[in-house]
Design a protein around this ligand. Structure first.
Ligand code: HEC
Length: 228
């Protein structure tokens, strides 16, 4: 326990969310804010597109009130637009899942070095995770490149790996890849996610490792350090 003077409660009604004094009043580094901007810009554009579709749909619905002819036209255009808007929403759902499940956070080059390379999203990380006594594991390339990514994996292979951590060759992935949490994905979401990955631009990028516990790593890695 730090001494009572070292911590300060954020607000009086707060149930125990306390910050060490050294962090109070600190703001995010300007650079960090700039780095995260592309992600937010992307997201903002994405949600604007989504709301655009919603507005269009609402207008068509209203026009059905005005006359029978426009009602018929609206129904036709609605029917015609069903397949394409369904396909779009599958892709959008996949993109949304990749964002909130933070695949990008681990599998995009540069993320752990403070410079996510948004020209090569999900093309694999050059920074690995160390599991003491086991080795170092680098988040692989998830783009459909056949040599260095998931190009030879089927959607079913991807779904199995995401939900159970089992690769097509039978190897169990280490649980740094959060398949224990992802196991609860619904069938529809799993399909949207895998379909989205298969539709990415293929990027050629072979990640390092895995590196065994007794091997010398040639690329950076994250590790847990116990305080002395
Ligand atoms: C906390 C970091 C982390 C997150 C978040 C994460 N992964 Fe991973 N993932 C890894 C690591 C590390 C490996 C490699 C594990 C190993 O080699 O045993 C991996 C492996 C994989 C593999 C196997 C690829 C191969 O070539 O063997 C797939 C597929 C995969 N992840 C998909 C995803 C998807 C899809 C998401 C988001 C829904 C995701 N991962 C989120 C860290 C992560």
């Amino acid at each position: 326990m730090p001494p009572a003077s070292a911590v300060k409660t954020v607000s009086s009604g707060d149930s125990g969310l306390a910050l060490p004094q050294s962090l109070i009043g600190k703001s995010f580094d300007k650079k960090l804010e700039e780095l995260s901007r592309p992600i937010y810009a992307f997201w903002a554009l994405h949600s604007r597109l989504a709301s655009g579709t919603l507005v269009e749909f609402t207008l068509r619905q209203r026009s059905t009130m005005k006359s029978i002819i426009s009602a018929a036209l609206a129904a036709c255009s609605l029917l015609l637009s069903v397949p394409s808007s369904f396909a779009q929403s599958q892709t959008q759902r996949g993109e949304y899942l990749v964002t909130i499940m933070d695949c990008t956070g681990c599998h995009t080059p540069g993320t752990f070095l403070g410079k996510p390379d948004m020209q090569r999203p999900l093309a694999g990380s050059e920074v690995g995770f160390q599991i003491p006594g086991l080795g170092i594991f680098y988040p692989p390339n998830l783009t459909p490149d056949p040599e260095t990514g998931l190009g030879r994996w089927s959607e079913a292979d991807i779904i199995k790996a995401v939900r159970t951590g089992v690769r097509p060759d039978g190897r169990q992935l280490v649980p740094i890849m959060p398949y224990h949490s992802y196991g609860k994905l619904t069938d529809a979401d799993a399909k949207a996610l895998a379909g989205y990955l298969k539709g990415l631009k293929p990027v050629r990028n072979r990640v390092p490792g895995p590196v065994g516990a007794n091997e010398k790593p040639s690329a950076p890695y994250l590790s847990v350090v116990m305080p002395q």
